[in-house]
Design a protein around this ligand. Structure first.
Ligand SMILES: [Zn+2]
Length: 475
């Protein structure tokens, strides 16, 4: 088990994850007021892969990514399309599950919805009122910011620079402009509300996350994550609410940088591919994942057609490598394992459970360096550099174990399917070979030759021998 260190936004320091307790990770998920875009996919990918990596290292983990399905923006967007806001939010939540499902990284261990956590939210608000950290005003409930002395410790802002970004009109209800809403009374034009001791209304965004994190991970957990745009006010307010209520809350704060587009330069097509589903349609899941891990998670990541083309080229380079050097020692000659089971062999054989990579030599040391890079503040670009170094080395010289080492690396970043590409080709070639045998048996030599030519195009040479025809990769 490697020591895994992550940069903590709160202390600014690299912090080692404890090895003797469950690593609970709570990452703020999307507010479902539209289909999600590439920027929303970045935390989903980063925290899913972090969870996969540390679990592979032997840590116990639990990954929670919530869905904010109660929010002002949802009321506004539902009105625009003329749909009840509850139905609209449910439809967008389903689309979010589908879009992120297409990334092929599996689901988090828990994906709580705000609408399903109302009971816990009400309890937490009541506790904050009881302990003097919150007050009711005109059917709203506000958090009393000055009652929590460490307020501002995450974002290091001066109070003059703190704007809670709340809707106009709430100032008159607040005791202090710094205060923020935990509960908002039902307003005309809003078509959903929940009962509470302070009258019908709905929770504020920040309290939703405090309650969902605690409901899934308990009062204290290892990592709270999200985009760097959430540091203030969202995460600052989560800390204030939960700590004022006596919870230790998150022990480490981890923030990913924003995906940045040049709005002026962005063409119409780039506007479309910024939507995750469009990018997946156009470039495929591997290129989208490869793009999202191409920069260090804490840095901003530029987005555009140019960057996506680079990701496609990288992915193709890896696919081509596995075409030339299939996992399993180049055993492509008939008589080897049945082709249909190769994908299963990939899944079970050389996965996280047991490595087939020889220790020592370039493949083993590159694999070690890859894991070291991920253990060092989840440095995916440095890890991927190891992948491409090994590809270059293995293209120069025959390196036993290189395809297996690459597969293990790619499994850790959700790109293992790049090694399976040969299966489809193999299956097609085997089918063609069987068809050619039938043609020959029927003395249709013209058809048999056509098939041989087609196989040659696919990179296979047909060798007729005493035991029948064999496929041999063309030199
Ligand atoms: Zn949140």
């Amino acid at each position: 088990m490697r020591e895994v260190r992550i940069r903590d936004t709160l202390s600014g320091e690299l912090r080692a994850l404890p090895t003797d307790e469950e690593i609970g990770i709570y990452a703020c998920g999307p507010t479902v007021y539209s289909r999600i875009h590439i920027g929303n996919a970045r935390p989903f990918v980063i925290f899913s892969l972090l969870d996969r990596f540390i679990e592979g290292e032997g840590y116990e983990t639990k990954l929670v990514i919530n869905v904010t399905d109660i929010n002002d923006k949802i009321y506004d967007a539902a009105k625009v399309v003329g749909e009840p806001s509850g139905e609209f939010a449910a439809r967008m939540t389903k689309a979010y599950f589908e879009d992120t499902g297409r990334l092929g990284l599996g689901r988090p261990d828990a994906e709580p919805l705000a609408t399903e956590t109302i009971g816990e939210i009400l309890e937490l608000i009541a506790e904050l009122i009881d302990t003097g950290h919150a007050y009711e005003s005109g059917g709203d409930v506000y958090f009393k910011v000055r009652s929590y002395l460490p307020y501002g410790k995450l974002s290091n802002r001066r109070t003059e620079d703190m704007d809670q970004g709340e809707e106009a009109g709430s100032e008159s209800l607040k005791q202090d402009p710094l205060d923020f809403a935990l509960w908002k009374a039902h307003k005309q034009g809003e078509d959903t509300s929940w009962d509470s001791p302070w009258g019908p209304g709905r929770p504020g965004w920040h309290i939703e996350c405090s309650a969902m994190a605690e409901a899934e991970l308990g009062p204290s957990f290892a990592i709270h994550g999200g985009g760097s745009d959430l540091v203030f006010p969202h995460h600052e307010n989560e800390i204030a609410q939960s700590e004022a209520a006596g919870r230790p809350f998150a022990r480490l704060w981890m923030h990913n940088g924003m995906v940045e587009t040049d709005a002026e330069k962005m063409s119409k097509s780039e506007g479309n591919i910024f939507q995750l589903s469009e990018a997946l349609d156009r470039y495929g899941r591997e290129a989208v994942v490869a793009y999202l891990i191409s920069g260090h998670y804490r840095q901003p990541l530029a987005f555009g057609e140019e960057q996506m083309k680079q990701a496609v080229a990288q992915v193709e380079r890896l696919r081509n490598f596995f075409r030339e050097h299939p996992v399993g020692g180049g055993g492509r000659e008939p008589g080897g394992p049945p082709l249909g089971t190769r994908a299963e062999a990939l899944d079970s054989g050389s996965g996280l459970a047991g490595s087939q990579v020889p220790i020592g030599g370039p493949p083993g040391s590159r694999l070690g360096a890859f894991r070291d890079a991920l253990a060092d503040d989840f440095n995916t670009p440095r890890a991927m550099a190891e992948v491409f170094e090994l590809v270059a080395e293995a293209n120069r010289d025959e390196l036993p174990g290189a395809p297996e080492a690459l597969l293990e690396m790619l499994e850790l970043v959700g790109l293992e399917s790049l090694a399976e590409v040969e299966d489809a080709g193999d299956a097609e070639a085997e089918e063609l070979l069987a068809e050619r045998e039938e043609a020959r048996a029927a003395k249709d030599f013209g058809r048999a030759d056509e098939i041989r030519d087609r196989l040659a195009e696919l990179g296979w040479e047909v060798r007729d021998g005493a035991e029948g025809a064999k496929l041999v990769p063309k030199a």
